[in-house]
Write a protein that binds this ligand. Structure first.
Ligand code: AP5
Ligand code: MG
Length: 213
């Protein structure tokens, strides 16, 4: 199974992806998580991505395409993967099509999560993340058992630098201008499944499961 999760910032891609990859026994490839790890480690990729990420803009297509091209060649991707946050521009989608063609692979479904902008800002500003695992909480809607601590490891949660209202508005602009056109791009393939991203996390998950089976 190869899947794409398409959705605006804070629509729940990461939250739902973590559940689905466990159920389907495939890997989650979150380009946001990969870039944040690269920034934290101070790698060349991290240095190139940092400024764009912190200001809420997309990083360069070539950079992100290179990361995915290398990552999907790894052994753990053989059983399938869920692309969380990639592609995010038409150029990235075209490059992905080329890569898949060369590998004789196809995408099974593209899940598009729909959430209104006002809700997205509230979700982002209250989000807390456990960096090593990518586990995500919300101070109000999905709180950890102990405030500020990861449920599994007890380690500290962080507030992402790009989760301020101002930067989320920038990220929303990037989404509407550069990523939303992908909905039409994938509509033509017959693989697009649209899911309402508002409601409780488990009901949304049931709808996603039904959409991809
Ligand atoms: P990335 O990390 O992918 O950020 P994003 O797309 O803005 O998405 P988020 O991770 O913010 O949200 P999400 O949809 O995963 O929601 P989550 O489940 O966490 O990318 C960051 C940056 O990296 C980009 O801005 C860009 O610079 C760069 N980048 C990454 N990929 C790129 C690419 N392909 N090309 C170019 N640049 C790229 O949920 C959000 C919050 O809501 C949480 O607090 C959660 O607990 C809560 N929540 C979830 N579901 C619900 C619900 N049903 N009800 C109430 N609350 C909920
Ligand atoms: Mg995410």
């Amino acid at each position: 199974m190869r899947l794409i999760f398409l959705g605006p910032p804070s629509s729940g891609k990461g939250t739902q992806a973590q559940k689905l990859v466990q159920d389907l026994n495939i890997v989650q490839l979150s380009t946001g998580d990969m870039l944040r790890a690269a920034v934290a480690a101070g790698t060349k990729v991290g240095l190139q991505a940092k400024a764009a990420m912190e200001s809420g803009k997309l990083v360069a297509d070539e950079l992100i395409v290179g990361i995915i091209r290398d990552r999907i060649k790894e052994d753990d991707c053989k059983a399938g993967y869920l692309l969380d946050g990639f592609p995010r521009t038409v150029v990235q989608a075209e490059k992905l099509d080329e890569m898949l063609k060369q590998r004789n692979e196809t995408i099974d479904y593209v899940v598009s999560l729909i959430v209104k902008d006002e809700v997205l800002i509230q979700r982002a500003v209250g989000r807390r993340v456990h960096m090593p695992s990518g586990r995500t909480y919300h101070i109000e809607f999905n709180p950890p058992k102990v405030p500020g601590k990861d449920d599994v490891t007890g380690e500290d949660l962080i507030h992402r630098k790009d989760d301020t209202e101002e930067t989320v508005r920038e990220r929303l602009n990037a989404y509407h201008n550069q990523t939303a056109p992908l909905i039409d791009y994938y509509k033509d393939t017959g693989k697009l499944r649209t899911v309402d991203g508002i409601g409780d996390i488990d009901s949304i998950y049931s709808n996603i499961k039904a959409a991809v089976s």
